[in-house]
Design a protein around this ligand. Structure first.
Ligand code: AMP
Length: 184
Protein backbone atom coordinates (compact mmCIF):
# COMPACT_ATOMS: atom_id res chain seq x y z
CA UNK A 1 0.00 0.00 0.00
CA UNK A 2 1.43 3.33 -0.97
CA UNK A 3 -0.54 6.57 -1.00
CA UNK A 4 1.64 9.42 -2.14
CA UNK A 5 1.30 13.08 -2.98
CA UNK A 6 3.93 14.81 -5.11
CA UNK A 7 4.18 18.46 -4.23
CA UNK A 8 6.18 21.31 -5.73
CA UNK A 9 6.10 24.33 -8.03
CA UNK A 10 5.37 23.99 -11.75
CA UNK A 11 8.50 22.65 -13.42
CA UNK A 12 9.79 20.94 -10.28
CA UNK A 13 9.79 17.61 -12.12
CA UNK A 14 6.77 16.10 -10.38
CA UNK A 15 5.39 14.48 -13.53
CA UNK A 16 8.72 13.03 -14.64
CA UNK A 17 9.59 11.59 -11.25
CA UNK A 18 6.02 10.41 -10.72
CA UNK A 19 6.29 8.27 -13.87
CA UNK A 20 9.35 6.52 -12.43
CA UNK A 21 7.70 5.80 -9.09
CA UNK A 22 4.45 4.49 -10.57
CA UNK A 23 6.29 2.12 -12.91
CA UNK A 24 8.52 0.89 -10.05
CA UNK A 25 5.66 0.31 -7.62
CA UNK A 26 2.73 -0.51 -9.89
CA UNK A 27 0.41 2.19 -8.62
CA UNK A 28 -1.51 4.64 -10.83
CA UNK A 29 -0.43 8.24 -11.33
CA UNK A 30 -3.31 10.65 -10.88
CA UNK A 31 -2.39 13.96 -12.49
CA UNK A 32 -5.18 16.54 -12.44
CA UNK A 33 -3.25 18.59 -15.02
CA UNK A 34 -3.19 15.60 -17.41
CA UNK A 35 -6.88 14.88 -16.83
CA UNK A 36 -7.72 18.54 -17.55
CA UNK A 37 -5.54 18.62 -20.69
CA UNK A 38 -7.35 15.49 -21.91
CA UNK A 39 -10.68 17.23 -21.24
CA UNK A 40 -9.55 20.23 -23.31
CA UNK A 41 -8.42 17.94 -26.14
CA UNK A 42 -11.78 16.16 -26.15
CA UNK A 43 -13.72 19.44 -26.25
CA UNK A 44 -15.83 18.47 -23.23
CA UNK A 45 -17.68 21.07 -21.10
CA UNK A 46 -15.04 20.59 -18.39
CA UNK A 47 -12.33 21.28 -20.95
CA UNK A 48 -14.12 24.41 -22.21
CA UNK A 49 -14.28 25.74 -18.67
CA UNK A 50 -10.73 24.79 -17.67
CA UNK A 51 -8.99 25.78 -20.92
CA UNK A 52 -8.90 29.56 -20.55
CA UNK A 53 -7.99 29.36 -16.85
CA UNK A 54 -5.10 27.00 -17.55
CA UNK A 55 -3.89 29.12 -20.47
CA UNK A 56 -3.80 32.11 -18.09
CA UNK A 57 -1.86 30.14 -15.48
CA UNK A 58 -4.73 30.29 -12.99
CA UNK A 59 -6.14 27.44 -10.95
CA UNK A 60 -9.29 25.63 -12.02
CA UNK A 61 -12.03 25.98 -9.34
CA UNK A 62 -11.68 23.65 -6.34
CA UNK A 63 -15.12 22.02 -6.83
CA UNK A 64 -14.15 20.82 -10.30
CA UNK A 65 -10.80 19.24 -9.47
CA UNK A 66 -12.14 17.84 -6.19
CA UNK A 67 -14.95 16.12 -8.11
CA UNK A 68 -12.47 14.67 -10.60
CA UNK A 69 -10.23 13.26 -7.87
CA UNK A 70 -13.10 11.93 -5.75
CA UNK A 71 -14.31 9.87 -8.70
CA UNK A 72 -10.84 8.77 -9.75
CA UNK A 73 -9.92 7.48 -6.27
CA UNK A 74 -12.85 5.06 -6.38
CA UNK A 75 -11.48 3.26 -9.45
CA UNK A 76 -10.30 -0.32 -8.95
CA UNK A 77 -6.68 0.43 -9.89
CA UNK A 78 -6.34 2.60 -6.75
CA UNK A 79 -6.88 -0.43 -4.49
CA UNK A 80 -3.18 -0.74 -3.60
CA UNK A 81 -2.33 2.93 -3.62
CA UNK A 82 -1.82 5.86 -5.95
CA UNK A 83 0.40 8.82 -6.59
CA UNK A 84 -1.30 12.20 -6.78
CA UNK A 85 0.63 14.64 -8.97
CA UNK A 86 -0.56 18.26 -8.97
CA UNK A 87 -3.33 17.73 -6.40
CA UNK A 88 -4.04 19.07 -3.82
CA UNK A 89 -3.08 22.66 -4.69
CA UNK A 90 -5.20 24.51 -2.10
CA UNK A 91 -6.16 23.94 1.53
CA UNK A 92 -9.81 23.20 0.59
CA UNK A 93 -8.51 20.56 -1.86
CA UNK A 94 -6.36 19.02 0.89
CA UNK A 95 -9.32 18.92 3.27
CA UNK A 96 -11.54 17.36 0.59
CA UNK A 97 -8.84 14.76 -0.11
CA UNK A 98 -8.66 13.82 3.57
CA UNK A 99 -12.44 13.45 3.74
CA UNK A 100 -12.60 11.36 0.55
CA UNK A 101 -9.82 9.05 1.74
CA UNK A 102 -11.33 8.67 5.18
CA UNK A 103 -14.52 7.41 3.54
CA UNK A 104 -12.44 4.86 1.64
CA UNK A 105 -10.51 3.83 4.78
CA UNK A 106 -7.23 5.15 3.37
CA UNK A 107 -4.74 7.85 4.19
CA UNK A 108 -1.73 9.61 2.69
CA UNK A 109 1.59 8.25 3.95
CA UNK A 110 4.02 10.69 2.36
CA UNK A 111 3.86 14.14 0.79
CA UNK A 112 7.05 14.44 -1.26
CA UNK A 113 8.04 18.06 -1.81
CA UNK A 114 10.46 18.59 -4.70
CA UNK A 115 12.57 21.65 -3.88
CA UNK A 116 13.75 23.62 -6.92
CA UNK A 117 14.84 27.30 -7.10
CA UNK A 118 12.87 29.64 -9.39
CA UNK A 119 15.89 30.24 -11.65
CA UNK A 120 16.08 26.52 -12.44
CA UNK A 121 12.33 26.37 -13.06
CA UNK A 122 12.47 29.16 -15.65
CA UNK A 123 15.35 27.38 -17.43
CA UNK A 124 13.51 24.04 -17.50
CA UNK A 125 10.24 25.50 -18.78
CA UNK A 126 12.00 27.04 -21.78
CA UNK A 127 12.63 23.59 -23.20
CA UNK A 128 9.23 22.04 -22.48
CA UNK A 129 6.94 23.70 -24.99
CA UNK A 130 3.58 23.12 -23.30
CA UNK A 131 0.82 25.63 -24.13
CA UNK A 132 1.03 27.22 -20.68
CA UNK A 133 4.85 27.41 -20.60
CA UNK A 134 5.36 30.96 -21.98
CA UNK A 135 7.59 33.03 -19.65
CA UNK A 136 4.63 35.22 -18.53
CA UNK A 137 2.40 32.25 -17.79
CA UNK A 138 5.20 30.45 -15.98
CA UNK A 139 5.65 33.52 -13.77
CA UNK A 140 1.91 33.62 -13.12
CA UNK A 141 1.87 29.93 -12.22
CA UNK A 142 4.81 30.45 -9.83
CA UNK A 143 2.93 33.35 -8.19
CA UNK A 144 -0.19 31.20 -7.87
CA UNK A 145 1.93 28.41 -6.38
CA UNK A 146 3.39 30.75 -3.77
CA UNK A 147 0.06 32.29 -2.84
CA UNK A 148 -2.32 29.34 -2.94
CA UNK A 149 -0.30 26.13 -2.87
CA UNK A 150 2.80 26.79 -0.77
CA UNK A 151 0.74 27.01 2.47
CA UNK A 152 0.05 23.29 2.08
CA UNK A 153 3.65 22.62 3.04
CA UNK A 154 3.13 23.82 6.60
CA UNK A 155 -0.18 21.93 6.68
CA UNK A 156 1.47 18.60 5.81
CA UNK A 157 4.51 19.32 7.95
CA UNK A 158 2.21 19.69 10.96
CA UNK A 159 0.68 16.34 10.10
CA UNK A 160 4.16 14.79 9.99
CA UNK A 161 3.77 13.80 6.35
CA UNK A 162 6.15 16.20 4.59
CA UNK A 163 9.31 14.76 2.98
CA UNK A 164 11.48 17.42 1.36
CA UNK A 165 13.69 16.27 -1.50
CA UNK A 166 16.30 18.17 -3.51
CA UNK A 167 14.77 18.52 -7.00
CA UNK A 168 18.04 19.62 -8.65
CA UNK A 169 20.36 16.99 -10.10
CA UNK A 170 20.22 14.13 -12.55
CA UNK A 171 16.95 12.21 -12.91
CA UNK A 172 18.56 9.25 -11.11
CA UNK A 173 19.86 11.37 -8.23
CA UNK A 174 16.45 12.95 -7.68
CA UNK A 175 14.71 9.56 -7.93
CA UNK A 176 17.12 8.14 -5.32
CA UNK A 177 16.35 11.08 -3.01
CA UNK A 178 12.62 10.43 -3.37
CA UNK A 179 12.94 6.72 -2.63
CA UNK A 180 15.06 7.43 0.42
CA UNK A 181 12.50 9.99 1.65
CA UNK A 182 9.68 7.43 1.51
CA UNK A 183 11.84 4.65 2.96
CA UNK A 184 11.72 2.39 -0.12
P1 AMP B 1 0.00 20.81 -14.05
O1 AMP B 1 0.04 19.88 -15.20
O2 AMP B 1 -0.12 20.10 -12.72
O3 AMP B 1 1.12 21.82 -14.05
O4 AMP B 1 -1.36 21.65 -14.18
C1 AMP B 1 -1.58 22.50 -15.29
C2 AMP B 1 -2.72 23.45 -14.98
O5 AMP B 1 -3.93 22.70 -14.72
C3 AMP B 1 -2.53 24.32 -13.75
O6 AMP B 1 -1.78 25.48 -14.02
C4 AMP B 1 -3.98 24.63 -13.39
O7 AMP B 1 -4.53 25.61 -14.25
C5 AMP B 1 -4.69 23.33 -13.70
N1 AMP B 1 -4.68 22.42 -12.53
C6 AMP B 1 -4.08 21.21 -12.43
N2 AMP B 1 -4.26 20.67 -11.23
C7 AMP B 1 -5.02 21.55 -10.52
C8 AMP B 1 -5.54 21.58 -9.20
N3 AMP B 1 -5.29 20.58 -8.32
N4 AMP B 1 -6.28 22.66 -8.83
C9 AMP B 1 -6.54 23.66 -9.68
N5 AMP B 1 -6.07 23.71 -10.94
C10 AMP B 1 -5.31 22.67 -11.36
Amino acid sequence: MMHLVFFGPPGAGKGTQAQKIVSDFGIPQISTGEILRAAIASGSPLGKLAGPLMAAGKLVPDELVIGIVQERLKEADCANGFLLDGFPRTIPQADALDAALQKLGKKIEHVVSLEVPDSVIHERMKGRGRADDSPETVQKRLDVFRQQTAPLKAHYEKLGLLRTVNGVGTLEEIAAGIRKSIGR
